[in-house]
Design a protein around this ligand. Structure first.
Ligand code: C5P
Length: 303
């Protein structure tokens, strides 16, 4: 528990983590961002955000890594409340309580998820009933991954990743996630990508990967998973190579760094394989803990 008591009542939103099954990264743009072809897939690992009326904007957090979650205005949940309130001339007097299961600074859009969840929760609490388009606009203002946290399922993000097109996705796909010690800074990983990839090509989505998603073909998806940020994440955190190896040795069909890392993602055949690969990863001593999950998963949802 970080920062206070659990609220007794309020509006609660459940929101999923994501894995990028394809993250194609182009050269740095003049604004410092990178054009992406970013294929997001939501996974069944969830944070919950509860919004209750309060005298002033406060954020509290519970969960195994709650002490690593900022409770000030840098928290995307707080910023979401501020942006929504500002649009309506309201004061963002709300207590946001985060139940955190998504790894912190792990490359699974945990902070983005909390931003999208807080936005939806405040919208309901304040009775605003904002159109979906408005919520998506605010999400894009909060961060490149936030619109996808609202939408869930599977989507292709272009531009800096915020311009979404929904994708057809079957499934279920079964995943194991290995959580590393500490986080990685997303800007630092992109900077390392620039250093390692001076000749980055314009990004494009892989037709074979989109086909594997829509047909629910795990073997085909395993053959097409690709993350252009992986060499940069491994360069900054060389120990990730051993984690990736340990999961493959344990029978995962494919392994990759999730987003900007340092969480690693392992695609497996079925729930039994997920249990076995997770146990082997924990026994390998190359990660702090593991989660198993399936995809697709729904986006931010009022409970
Ligand atoms: O949009 P968001 O706030 O999540 O981005 C965090 C950082 O990640 C940016 O400041 C930038 O350094 C990097 N980034 C990028 N290109 C993207 C998305 C993020 O360079 N498409």
């Amino acid at each position: 528990m970080n920062g206070g008591a659990t609220p007794a009542a309020g509006v609660t939103v459940r929101v999923p983590a994501k894995v990028n099954v394809q993250l194609a990264v182009g050269p740095a743009r003049p604004d410092g961002f990178h054009d992406l072809a970013n294929v997001f897939l939501a996974v069944s690992l969830y944070d919950e955000v509860t919004a209750t009326p309060a005298d002033t904007l406060t954020v509290t957090c519970e969960g195994p890594d709650a002490d690593r979650v900022p409770l000030d205005r840098t928290n995307l949940a707080a910023r979401a409340a501020e942006l929504l309130a500002a649009r309506h001339g309201l004061s963002p007097d709300v207590h946001l309580h985060i139940r955190k299961a998504i790894p912190v600074a792990g490359g699974m859009a945990g902070g983005s998820a909390d931003g999208a969840a807080a936005l939806l929760a405040c919208d309901a609490l304040w009775g605003l009933d904002s159109p979906r388009e408005t919520l998506l606009e605010i999400c894009a203002e909060l961060g490149s991954d936030v619109p996808f946290s609202l939408v869930g399922g599977a989507a292709l993000g272009v531009g800096r990743g915020e311009r979404l097109t929904g994708l057809s996705v079957a499934g279920p796909f079964h995943w194991v996630f290995a959580v590393a010690d500490g986080g990685l800074s997303t800007p630092a990983v992109y900077a390392e990508f620039d250093r390692l990839t001076p000749d980055a090509a314009p990004p494009a989505a892989s037709p074979a990967l989109l086909d594997a998603l829509s047909t629910g073909d795990t073997t085909a998806l395993a053959a097409t998973l690709v993350n252009d940020l992986q060499p940069a994440a491994v360069s900054l955190r060389p120990s990730l190579a051993a984690t990736l190896r340990a999961g493959l040795d344990a029978g995962a069909l494919a392994a990759l760094v999730s987003g900007s890392g340092p969480t690693t993602a392992f695609l497996v055949k079925d729930p039994d394989a997920a249990t076995a690969v997770a146990a082997a990863l924990r026994a390998s001593g190359t990660c702090r803990t593991t989660h198993t999950a399936t995809s697709p998963a729904p986006g931010a949802t009022l409970l």
